[in-house]
Design a protein around this ligand. Structure first.
Ligand code: GLP
Length: 263
């Protein structure tokens, strides 16, 4: 696990975008796992800038989003469908047929979840999975208690998550109580994971995820078992890390090595 500590949100976003762009240059038909929430917004803006100013090419990229609220149609302004098109897809040259987002408005969600899993496999699995983190340590919508081997399915959201996400809705009552999310088993099959975290409200979750025991209570802690994980946290999100100094030192030392994993 690489823990990269950066100054602030802007630096986190730029660093993350650069890493993803490098992967895309190496493999133009990269299968990207994408996340929503406010954390990846800066990285998405940077993708758009890189596409417009530097010709970053998404034409062969395939993308799978982590999750979607149940009960919201894809044109609902608070749906993750809407978010992804509004914040990223409408501004880059990704092909619509290469975009996959769980659907929250299907008649039979179970059949849909099975289809989504099969589709991920058919496309070869995620090369790089982008992740944010919830205040309760969740990734995707894998709330505490999620099976570490879980697959795409419906999850009931915790009160904490509903409160956190209420800021995007007019009233808290409007926040859906269920979501479809890739499972922890699904996420761990990605070849590489990149988790982003910014702000003091993520500090506890980040410390527990990186330095606490692997447990279904903090589902991001599962990443400790993954062979290829990068976590980019800003100073605020990293403030509780006990081994902070070591992570910073290790990053400096890694720069000196001939093989820089990032390039
Ligand atoms: C939601 C999403 C997660 C995201 C989390 C944190 O629960 N399902 O994928 O990581 O929110 O959101 P934010 O980045 O806005 O703090």
């Amino acid at each position: 696990m690489r823990v990269i500590i950066v100054k602030d949100y802007q630096e986190m976003s730029k660093r993350a975008a650069k890493i993803v762009a490098n992967r895309m240059k190496r493999k133009p038909d990269l299968v990207l796992g994408l996340a929503t929430g406010s954390t990846p917004l800066g990285m998405y803006s940077e993708f758009i800038r890189m596409h417009k100013e530097e010709g970053l090419d998404f034409s062969q990229v395939r993308s799978f989003n982590l999750d979607e609220y149940c009960g919201l149609s894809s044109d609902h302004p608070q749906s993750y469908h809407y978010f992804m098109y509004d914040k990223l897809f409408n501004h880059i040259n990704i092909r619509p047929e290469n975009i996959y987002i769980p659907r929250g408005d299907v008649e039979n969600a179970h059949i849909f979840c099975e289809w989504y899993e099969k589709k991920i496999k058919k496309e070869g699995g995620m090369d790089l999975q982008i992740l944010g983190i919830g205040r309760d340590g969740h990734i995707g919508f894998n709330e505490p208690g999620s099976s570490l081997g879980s697959r795409t399915r419906i999850k009931t959201l915790t009160k904490e998550t509903i409160e956190d996400n209420a800021r995007f809705f007019k009233k808290k009552e409007e926040v859906p109580r269920y979501a479809i999310t890739m499972g922890l088993g699904t996420i761990s099959e990605a070849k590489e994971c990149l988790l982003l975290a910014s702000g003091t409200n993520k500090a506890e979750a980040i410390q527990k995820s990186i330095e606490g025991p692997v447990s279904a209570e903090i589902t991001a802690s599962l990443l400790q078992l993954h062979p290829r994980v990068m976590i980019i946290a800003d100073e605020e999100a990293a403030q509780n890390l006990r081994q902070k100094d070591y992570y910073q030192y290790a990053e400096k030392m890694a720069e000196k090595l001939e093989v820089n994993q990032e390039s």
